[in-house]
Design a protein around this ligand. Structure first.
Ligand code: UDP
Ligand code: MG
Length: 327
């Protein structure tokens, strides 16, 4: 498929993109593992690109030290913490040629799998993603909610979003180019990868606990992440609001007919305060829920309409090995 590449004298390029937010402890453990995995791919021109997502714990200093020791390392520092999805976007935007592998900084995505990913890429796949067989070191609540989330989004969204799959994957150059065209501000990456399509293949793996440090995603953040996923890739809640409205309107109509008929047939001794309250409160609740759903979408529309840049860069240090512009 890409045999044309092999005819040319240039090696194919592979960039490992790692978003890091307060990962000073994990990064020194991760880099040797990435380096070892890249050793196994001598016929590739490999780079590692770390994106410091506005860390406050010395991550940048650790990265500078790693970059001085290895000319293949490029560093990108954002102006503040933008969140993992945008940090990854910033990193992928800087991959000029070749494929990219996305890894978590905490060692939960094993770099040892990179050669397998590359093998699949060479077979002609564009999106090679890791699927978790099990999640070690994560409580049953997180596992259960994650499971439920993937099922719900799978039903609601027309975009294929594989279950138990994170951002850990290899993207071919054309998948990368496609992804770069999606400039929405609310970035639900799993969905965006799915939207791109092309030849996709899953590689099952065991997900290990974090090497060091703490997870940045607490339940509130995960809940918002789930909302982001659903609102970015499905308008089903809006339709649900319509049906909910229809259903209550029909019920209210039937009840209205019954109340009027009752008053005509048997007179009306002004009773029924409890039922009146119940109906008013119920209708009020249903209306507020439907309004809230609309608000979720409206708020996102507002964010998109502002057309702000997705992220701002503080410092960009390309890999020393890349700059071949010597006179
Ligand atoms: N991360 C980031 N920006 C953030 C939060 C997290 O770049 O605002 C990175 C973090 O450094 C790690 C990855 O995203 O490399 C996954 O984060 P974490 O391990 O905390 O999430 P979990 O694996 O618990 O879902
Ligand atoms: Mg993690």
């Amino acid at each position: 498929m890409r045999s044309g590449y092999h005819l040319s004298m240039h090696k194919e390029c592979l960039t490992v993109v790692v978003a890091a937010y307060n990962e000073a402890e994990s990064l020194p453990l991760l880099q040797p593992r990435i380096a070892a995995a890249l050793e196994a791919l001598p016929d590739l021109e490999a780079r590692v690109l770390y994106v410091d997502d506005g860390s406050t714990d010395g991550t940048w200093e650790v990265l500078r030290r790693l970059a001085r020791a290895d000319p293949r390392i490029a560093l990108l520092r954002l102006s503040r913490n933008f969140g993992k999805e945008l940090a990854l976007t910033a990193g992928l935007d800087r991959v000029e040629t070749g494929a990219a592998v996305i890894l978590d900084a905490d060692g939960q995505d094993p770099p040892e799998l990179i050669p397998q990913f590359v093998a699949k890429w060479r077979e002609g796949h564009d999106d090679v993603y890791g699927t978790r067989i099990e999640r070690e070191g994560e409580g049953w609540v997180k596992r259960a909610t994650a499971h439920a989330f993937y099922r719900v989004i799978g039903r609601l969204s027309k975009t294929p979003i594989p279950a138990d799959t994170g951002d850990f994957r290899l993207l071919s150059p054309r998948a990368l180019a496609a992804l770069r065209q999606l400039r929405e501000r609310h970035r639900f990456m799993k969905g965006l990868f799915g939207w791109v399509g092309f030849n996709r293949v899953a590689i099952p793996y065991h997900r290990h606990p974090r090497a060091a440090g703490r997870s940045k995603f607490n339940f509130w953040r995960l809940w918002n992440f789930a909302l982001e996923g659903i609102t970015s890739f499905s308008t089903a809640p809006l339709r649900l609001a319509t049906y909910l409205g229809l259903l209550t309107a029909l019920t209210a109509f039937a009840y209205g007919v019954w109340v009027v008929a009752k008053a005509l047939l048997w007179g009306d001794p002004v009773a029924g305060w409890p039922s009146l309250m119940a109906v008013v409160l119920f209708l009020g609740g249903v209306q507020l829920i439907a309004l809230g759903m609309i608000g979720e979408y409206l708020g996102r529309l507002y964010d998109e309409a502002k057309q702000r840049p997705l992220y701002l860069v503080d410092t960009w240090l390309p890999a020393a090995g890349v700059s071949s512009g010597s006179p």
